[in-house]
Write a protein that binds this ligand. Structure first.
Ligand code: 6PG
Length: 250
């Protein structure tokens, strides 16, 4: 398989969440059938949050939850019980509502005072779980991403150092405009995935989505442009409001 880009335009946010939820469950069934397990990296943000809520509401006990393994593509540098924590958000909306074994959940150790140490520990977690040799990248079955209003994905913000990282799996990334470090997957990990799904909703994303999908600006300005799985699917789930500045051909 080589890479493919699919733009799925849905009418309303609810339609978007429904379509994305179906894709998650389809990807899970596929992965478990083919490889006996499903590895997914969750994202933070309000758009992914709505998806998790929907999955939890429709999740049936009959799914093979014990063969699903949950990671995070990025995390704020806060403890897991902090209101800002992506782990806390996913736990509240999804993980506390499905019978997934706690051993299948791999939060970023963002409580560590040193963000670089947290990133290094998480990188070791990935290397162990995926049994990686030096220089290898984990191949997640699905990585969920939101797109920030500045075009960031995960915690790969415009003009930040992490965008240049080519060998590490997880890094601490200082974000000047937020005056904080974030812990984030690097682009090689995002681009090693079997499937990356962006979730983009709302008119406030329309101009940036046009730039990302149709503009000529460098990826450093709109990092979501740099997410292109080399051997995998890239699916953009967008609602009508977010897609309002895309060309008709898109
Ligand atoms: C985070 C997320 C971030 C988010 C985007 C989109 O830690 O905040 O990982 O990348 O997905 O900012 O968020 P919204 O969907 O809320 O706009």
């Amino acid at each position: 398989m080589n890479s493919s880009l699919e733009l799925r335009k849905l009418t309303t946010p609810q339609d978007l969440f429904q379509a994305a939820a179906e894709e998650v469950l389809h990807a899970a069934a596929d992965a478990i059938t083919q490889r006996g397990r499903f590895t997914i990296a969750l994202s933070g943000g309000s758009t992914p949050r709505n998806l998790y809520t929907l999955i939890a509401a429709n999740a049936s006990g009959s799914l093979p939850w014990d063969q699903m393994f949950f990671f995070w593509g990025d995390e704020r540098h806060v403890p897991p019980d902090d209101p800002e924590s992506n782990y806390r958000m996913a736990k509240e909306t999804l993980l506390s509502k499905i019978p997934v074994p706690p051993a299948n959940i791999f939060p970023v150790p963002a409580e560590k005072s040193d963000a670089s140490a947290a990133a290094q520990t998480y990188e070791q977690t990935l290397q162990k779980f995926f049994a990686l040799s030096a220089g290898e990248f984990p191949r997640f079955d699905l990585i969920l991403l939101g797109m920030g209003p500045d075009g960031h994905a995960a915690s790969l913000f415009p003009e930040t150092a992490a965008l240049q990282e080519k060998s590490r799996l997880v890094v601490a990334n200082w974000v000047e405009k937020l005056q904080t470090s974030r812990i984030t997957f690097t682009l090689p990990v995002l681009n090693a995935a079997r499937c990356v799904a962006f979730l983009v909703s709302g008119a406030d994303k329309a101009a940036v989505l046009h730039e990302v999908l149709e503009g000529n600006a460098p990826g450093e300005k709109y990092p979501s442009k740099l997410v292109r799985p080399s051997e995998g699917k890239l699916i953009w789930f967008v609602d009508r409001a977010a897609a309002s500045e895309l060309s008709a051909a898109a």
